[in-house]
Design a protein around this ligand. Structure first.
Ligand code: ADP
Length: 178
């Protein structure tokens, strides 16, 4: 399954490079210092140019489980939402922090009246969150937000490998209707 309608909005899965997304905002898997890094963070700063890092420096930082928004620089996306997932520790709080990273990002998207947002798989690269559990938290967090009053019309997960896409497909198929 690669798409599901949830309360009038679309939750969609794609394979690709999020820096090429045409969504109103793309979400970055940032770190607390907002200083850039490898993975999707490095790719976003390379593709978006220095204006994004300058905006991150002005903001100064972002605690785990929260998100901040900057301009999108040279990206097609008008905004980048920088969300900080937990470094996986195996403790119960990881799940809550990962959920909060998603919900903070979605709240910012709504505050800026955005219609479309694209997410990478937060936390499942360098931060080590097992993708099976992380995919369920990711999709449940988005589904929960789409069932609230929201202006969002489409939320897309841009997965970076066939393997990641198939894990998310399974999670989407098993997502409960309520
Ligand atoms: P984290 O530190 O939160 O784990 P990473 O950037 O290391 O963040 O990884 C998060 C996910 O983003 C991983 O699944 C990785 O494969 C993926 N990723 C890396 N580059 C891109 C990209 N250009 N577009 C979409 N996803 C990407």
């Amino acid at each position: 399954m690669t798409e599901r309608r949830i309360a009038g909005a679309r939750l969609r899965l794609e394979l690709g490079d999020i820096t090429r997304s045409e969504a109103d905002a793309i979400v970055n898997a940032a770190n607390e210092a907002l200083v850039g890094g490898g993975g999707v963070d490095g790719a976003i700063h390379r593709a978006g140019g220095p204006a994004i890092m300058e905006a991150c420096r002005r903001i100064g930082g972002c605690p785990t489980g929260s998100a901040v928004i900057t301009e999108g620089g040279a990206l097609h996306a008008r905004y980048v939402i920088h969300a900080v997932a937990p470094r996986y520790s195996g403790r119960a709080q990881d799940a809550m922090l990962l959920h909060q990273a998603y919900s903070s990002a979605l709240r910012l998207a709504d505050e800026h009246a955005l219609r479309t947002v694209a997410f990478p798989s937060l936390g499942t690269g360098a931060y080590g969150y097992p993708i099976g559990e992380a995919s369920q938290i990711a999709l449940q967090s988005v589904a929960r937000h789409l069932r609230t009053r929201t202006r969002l019309e489409r939320v897309t997960f841009v997965l970076f490998s066939e393997g990641d896409l198939s894990v998310y497909r399974e999670a989407l198929a098993s997502l409960a209707n309520r």
